[in-house]
Design a protein around this ligand. Structure first.
Ligand code: HEC
Ligand code: HEC
Ligand code: HEC
Ligand code: HEC
Ligand code: HEC
Length: 208
């Protein structure tokens, strides 16, 4: 059938809509596979086999001793090699493999090269997240009732390390930090928790 002149603009409009929908689908697929949202995917291999277990669960080093900015600003930050040398100038590993990992840390320090830790959790660039606000809220004794991700009510005020657990799971007892064993913080998780704790859910709170 030959289209009448009247139908041509409609067909063009239809084609444009199809192209736009196709484009949106492709963008979503790319963003899903190239940058899995926080909480999905496997942890990438790290340049040094750093176990949280030995440091936190066995030697009681506090989270904020290494993640120094976590109670102060947006990013928690991963420690610089100087922080490791604070102990590992002296402390050797208990096994040959552990010693080899510690030697990597000393070499990095001596050659003044940073250890390029792979990021485990990363939100897309258009999302804003501030650690400090969350830690302050959950550790505040003056807020009587606080709710966790699954709507659970905190009877007692959590300390800093327990607050990390709400979103990251039990890192203290993990050899490797895996997003899968923490919470999968997709937008719905953020929004649900904000709603439960009567925090604003305006798009602009989280989106730049
Ligand atoms: C002795 C230093 C040290 C201490 C103490 C420590 N961490 Fe870490 N943490 C690291 C290093 C180094 C990395 C980067 C390597 C990795 O991901 O395992 C890291 C990574 C992480 C990550 C993943 C970061 C990312 O890329 O997304 C989380 C979450 C985390 N730590 C939480 C905690 C929590 C919670 C505690 C306390 C219970 C804690 N850490 C205590 C050194 C430390
Ligand atoms: C406050 C002290 C302290 C700091 C800071 C510290 N460590 Fe350790 N680390 C220890 C202790 C204690 C051990 C256990 C040593 C042993 O086996 O006797 C250890 C063990 C290790 C081991 C061997 C683990 C194994 O499999 O046995 C590695 C690797 C390591 N640390 C890396 C790091 C890195 C990387 C940093 C900096 C991000 C760091 N440490 C910061 C105290 C520290
Ligand atoms: C309310 C949820 C939540 C809590 C509570 C939380 N985190 Fe995070 N954490 C996140 C999110 C989301 C990211 C990814 C942030 C990004 O990509 O901008 C992240 C990233 C990180 C990272 C890697 C990137 C960075 O910010 O340097 C570390 C390390 C980390 N968290 C440690 C901690 C520690 C330690 C605590 C407790 C003191 C904690 N987090 C508490 C949600 C949380
Ligand atoms: C376990 C509950 C919980 C989860 C999960 C959570 N939040 Fe929040 N968030 C809060 C609370 C409570 C506040 C208010 C803190 C205050 O009173 O300052 C807050 C505040 C914020 C703020 C405002 C900070 C400021 O000072 O301007 C931002 C931005 C934010 N959250 C982003 C996020 C994002 C993004 C996620 C998901 C990756 C997330 N939050 C997950 C509880 C949560
Ligand atoms: C409490 C924090 C928070 C609030 C409020 C919030 N978002 Fe999000 N949003 C996120 C996080 C975190 C992500 C990334 C993870 C994901 O895709 O689930 C996201 C992802 C998105 C995406 C997907 C983009 C992509 O990368 O694929 C869109 C679209 C979006 N948000 C729109 C909105 C709109 C519209 C509102 C207001 C009605 C809103 N958001 C409110 C946290 C929030």
């Amino acid at each position: 059938m030959k289209p009448s002149p009247k139908m041509i603009p409609l067909m063009v409009a239809g084609g444009v809509v199809t192209v736009i929908i196709g484009f949106v689908i492709v963008v979503l697929l790319i963003s899903w596979f190239s940058n899995p949202p926080f909480g999905l995917g496997n942890a990438p291999p790290q340049p040094v086999a750093f176990p949280h277990t030995i440091h936190v669960a066995e030697n009681n080093i506090q989270c904020e001793f290494c993640h120094r900015n976590v109670t102060k600003g947006a990013a928690a930050t991963v420690p610089a090699v100087e922080t490791c040398l604070f102990c590992h100038k002296e402390i050797d590993g208990g096994t040959v493999t552990a010693q080899a990992e510690i030697e990597k840390v000393r070499t990095a320090f001596e050659t003044d090269t940073p250890i390029n830790w792979e990021r485990v959790h990363r939100l897309p660039d258009h999302v804003r997240f501030i650690h400090e606000a969350h830690i302050r809220y959950f550790t505040d004794e003056d807020i009587p009732v606080k709710y966790g991700i699954n709507g659970e009510e905190f009877g007692t005020t959590p300390d800093v390390a327990q607050t990390c657990t709400i979103c990251h799971g039990d890192v203290a007892n993990k050899t490797v930090v895996q997003p899968k064993t923490g919470q999968s913080l997709k937008m719905g998780t953020c929004v649900d928790c904000h709603r439960l704790n009567s925090v604003s859910t305006d798009c602009t709170v989280c989106h730049k």
